[in-house]
Design a protein around this ligand. Structure first.
Ligand SMILES: [Ca+2]
Ligand SMILES: [Ca+2]
Length: 356
């Protein structure tokens, strides 16, 4: 074959490959999706949240914890101030946001909180707040003890480990143990950018305790939100770029088996679980491309999805709320409490609505 023929063959092959990858990216990000509004009654923006509340979780007594001010490579962020954890008492009609002060040896200036999880110790009622932190773009997990009378967080320890390299979310299962998701395989910024373009299913879930650290599940395109069932027998993980929620059974603390994968048709971020019904509540990105390239004239929308009876033969997947970005952009978490729904976002506002 002549040089010209080889060259034209190579160019054609490259063009086909690029075309195939672009079409795959279109599907991964659901970049063609447009939303129809599906509103809830009595929605109000939460005063004081302007730069994201990426993850939120609510205690049984109605106290919500909000992780705010995330700066995540590749995603917009609109404040240079360090991130903060806030509380919001949902039983208080005023809905007053309160910043938690942080006590102990901890660098507050580089605090960059991401996924959170709260663990209550049955023995003494102590409440531990686990926070994924990205100081200087790194990944580590902070464990704090919540001191209610001071509305403060006492820093207990920082956990760093080679397996905890791109942590997105965590679910605490003990005072010092948790499962964590990695949303990328590579740590190099260029390779991290290329990774989703190649659709490599190399992301994983890691179990951590002071005695054991190991990968317990793999095969994720990007593992994002994680949470546990009320019975503590199943883990739920959002395989965000595959638009599914993966159900894993906890056979032993480090032995998980794959049960099923439920299609949600959206890029679902964090997962909250209703402790009574066991329903999953998902804050989702209906169009991943719009979420990445935030354009005020064509804003990313928000979508909240509920999954009922996920462990049954026929889980019901329902869209509970949808907005084209005119009210709230880039929803990443939705958590119900006594007839209300609190919705947080990656880099913008937070909203509270009545469910009926
Ligand atoms: Ca979480
Ligand atoms: Ca997340």
């Amino acid at each position: 074959m002549g040089k010209l023929a080889v060259l034209s063959l190579a160019v054609t092959a490259l063009a086909v490959l690029i075309g195939e990858r672009l079409s795959s990216l279109r599907h991964l990000t659901l970049s063609y999706r447009e939303l129809t509004q599906n509103y809830l009654p009595n929605c109000h923006l939460i005063d004081g949240i302007d730069f994201g509340a990426e993850d939120i979780t609510i205690l049984e007594d109605g106290l919500a914890f909000l992780s705010t001010g995330l700066k995540y490579p590749g995603l917009p962020s609109y404040s240079d101030d360090p991130g903060k954890i806030y509380t919001l008492n949902l039983l208080d009609s005023e809905l007053k946001l309160e910043a938690l002060s942080i006590k102990g040896q901890f660098d507050k200036d580089s605090f960059n909180p991401h996924g959170i999880s709260v663990y209550t110790d049955d023995k003494d009622g102590a409440i531990y707040v686990f926070v994924v932190n990205h100081p200087q773009g790194k990944s580590q997990v902070e464990i704090f003890r919540f001191v209610e009378k001071e509305n403060s967080l006492q820093h207990i320890k920082t956990i760093k480990h080679a397996l905890l390299h791109n942590v997105n979310d965590i679910v605490a299962v003990g005072a010092e143990s948790f499962y964590a998701t990695n949303d990328h395989y590579f740590t190099n910024e260029i390779l991290k950018f290329v990774e989703p373009l190649l659709s490599l299913p190399w992301c994983d879930v890691v179990y951590y305790s002071p005695e054991t650290v190991q990968v317990v599940a793999g095969g994720f395109l990007s593992a994002n939100g994680i949470n546990i069932s009320p019975s503590k027998r199943h883990l739920y993980v959002s395989n965000i770029l595959k638009h599914t929620i993966v159900v894993l059974e906890i056979k032993k603390i480090t032995a998980l088996s794959h049960v099923k994968e439920v299609d949600v048709g959206s890029l679902c971020d964090n997962i909250e679980v209703d402790r009574e019904s066991g329903d999953l509540w998902l804050g989702c990105h209906p169009n991943g491309l719009k979420c990445l390239f935030h354009d005020a004239n064509d804003p990313p929308g928000s979508e909240v999805i509920r999954i009922e009876n996920i462990l049954s033969e026929k889980p019901q997947v329902t869209q509970v709320y949808a907005d084209d970005g005119s009210v709230i952009m880039a929803s990443s978490v939705a958590t119900p409490y006594r007839g209300k729904l609190l919705i947080g976002t990656v880099y913008q506002k937070a909203l509270i609505c009545d469910l009926k």
